[in-house]
Design a protein around this ligand. Sequence first.
Ligand SMILES: *Cc1c(COP(=O)(O)O)cnc(C)c1O
Length: 349
Amino acid sequence: MNKTFDISKLVRPNVAALIPYTSARDEFKDFKKEMVFLDANENPFPSRVNRYPDPRQRDVKQLLREQRGLSENQMLLGNGSDEVLDLILRAFCRPGIDNMITLPPTYGMYGVLGATNDIENRKVLLTEDFCIDTDAVLRTADANTKVVFICSPNNPTGNLIPKEDILILLRQFAGLVVIDEAYIDFAETESWVNTLSEYPNLIVTQTLSKAYGMAGIRLGLCFASEEIISILNKIKPPYNINQLTQLEALERLENPEAIQKEKEEVLKERNILENTLKDLSYVKKVFPSDANFILARVDNAAERYQSLLKMGIVVRNRSAQPLCEETLRFTVGTPEENSKLIQALKKMS
Ligand SMILES: *Cc1c(COP(=O)(O)O)cnc(C)c1O
């Protein structure tokens, strides 16, 4: 990245100019239990949820900071990482003017969020082996290209995107490089979070929805420079992370051993599933996975999908995605679920 990178040139002018809403809880921060709080029109009778939640989620961030060594000013929490991705588009892309680049086959939400925000989605296909055609990305970008979305490990293909590809974009692409690490906990590699100080145009998103086992509470994480985070903070809904979510996240994050144990079990099951798939005659290709799912090419994806459904097993048919013709995506379940799947798969052959 050249040293002249200037985030103020990327941010939407209306966002740069706006004065954020200040909530009651923002204005008075020194929350002490014994004080009398008559500032937010809440119901005064105590329960777990009668008060507005902390708009800055300091307890959760404190724990994340201890576990990841980043300052609170380098992180933002979202109502799922989908909210974070939406905030990024709204902060930096002018509707009808700016554009973004996505790299299909990849996570469908980038395109949906782009369409919702009236941001042109310039698609640059991944290569046959699901790496980035970096020359094509750089050729496709123009002065109004604000963001490129990289998903690594990629959904639905399951592979990590090579470091070299990402480095080229971090160094040569003039806009923001968003790396969606929803599945990073399953991969044997370091997070790009550790390189934040080197790349001022880097944004890393993660989530508690996958390895952390908390899809139901909706908590997404965003890591970036203090400058980027402060821009996103300006436009985020003040109370976007509800009280119950913050409490549940704290409880879970305080027990990393449990998360680790479940992750190891999933990885063991992934291995078993991968070996099974490779032995089936109707499976044409099993794509190597760095995530908690496996993409496989079969003889007839629609038919195999229906047969599994009849046996009570729901998988995902990803055949409509480019480069994914006749593929099914299998999420790795518990050992019991996985053996049911394996039984069903063997029955079909
Ligand atoms: C599941 C998934 C997410 C998670 O989104 P949340 O809103 O945090 O649940 C993000 N990105 C990708 C690629 C995913 O597959």
